[in-house]
Design a protein around this ligand. Structure first.
Ligand code: MG
Length: 273
């Protein structure tokens, strides 16, 4: 069971808009539609962002609450993972960025260092990281440590030693964001080798790195994330969240990785009961 593949769907993100792709899932209605479809295809974790009415990324607690309640109402059983990322606004304000954590999702994202996006700073100061981590600990939320560069693993290990994070750690290697670590097989191997014994890891490959990075993670025993947050085209054509999941499932099948159910994913990641 430990060897099963956990698939995370990141349907929305901060960047895609309806102008960029007709498949964009930036409203509750479209997010719910895609979560439902992708749950049936084998997804077990929903990495969630919310937008305001102008499609601008926000960290608004009420919007997370509404989306979360809609998921429950629609019978969507996926593990909820709320984003606390810098692009949801209030970069240096841990209160703002973690305002939705008291809703107690099973998981939340936690970046353990700073880097650059093409047009903005992915700013995560030591204070912001510590405050968000402590809030996750308080509510028994498992952080997914977002690794945009090698040093973010060292920061996470430091927080583990200080007891601010608790093991086993779960990492997500965010490969190929322009300005962060490039999505190459060698880089992925180096990251996978650098995490503490007993940790789990997930990989997302931005844009053109998508297929190679996810395939390599499947081969290495890691887990995978896909969705329009990470890539909007396959084979040079705009695709939907479901199209991306179907591709990942087909790759996993080729390499003999069975897909984890939601219950199995909870077990593999040691999430709270
Ligand atoms: Mg995200």
């Amino acid at each position: 069971m430990k060897n099963k593949l956990i698939i995370t769907l990141a349907p929305t993100g901060n960047v895609p808009t309806r102008e960029m792709t007709p498949f964009a899932a930036t409203t509750n209605e479209t997010i719910i539609r895609d979560l439902k479809e992708c749950e049936a295809l084998g997804v077990s974790i929903a990495h969630l962002h919310v937008r305001d009415d102008q499609e601008k990324p926000v960290s608004d607690r009420n919007r997370f609450k509404l989306l979360s309640e809609l998921m429950d109402k629609e019978g969507i059983n996926l593990i909820k993972q709320f984003s606390t990322g810098a692009r949801g606004g209030g970069m240096n304000d841990p209160e703002y960025r973690g305002q939705m954590l008291d809703l107690k999702p099973l998981m939340a994202s936690l970046s353990t260092g700073s880097s650059n996006f093409p047009d903005s700073i992915n700013g995560n100061s030591p204070e912001v990281i510590r405050e968000l981590a402590l809030k996750m600990k308080k509510y028994n939320i498992k952080p997914e440590i977002e690794v945009f560069d090698y040093s973010m693993i060292s920061s996470a290990v430091h927080l583990l030693k200080k007891g601010i994070l608790e093991g086993p750690l779960h990492f997500n290697f965010v490969m190929n964001v322009p300005g962060s670590i490039k999505g190459t097989p060698k880089n992925l191997m180096i990251l996978a080798d650098a995490i503490p014994e007993g940790s789990t890891f997930n990989v997302c490959g931005i844009g053109k790195a998508q297929i190679q990075m996810l395939t390599l993670s499947i081969l290495l025993g890691g887990h995978v994330r896909t969705g329009l947050e990470d890539v909007i085209k396959l084979d040079d054509k705009l695709v939907s969240n479901a199209d991306l999941i179907k591709r990942v499932v087909s790759i996993a099948k080729v390499y003999g990785r069975e897909i984890a159910t939601v219950e199995e994913a909870k077990e593999i990641l040691s999430l709270r009961k």
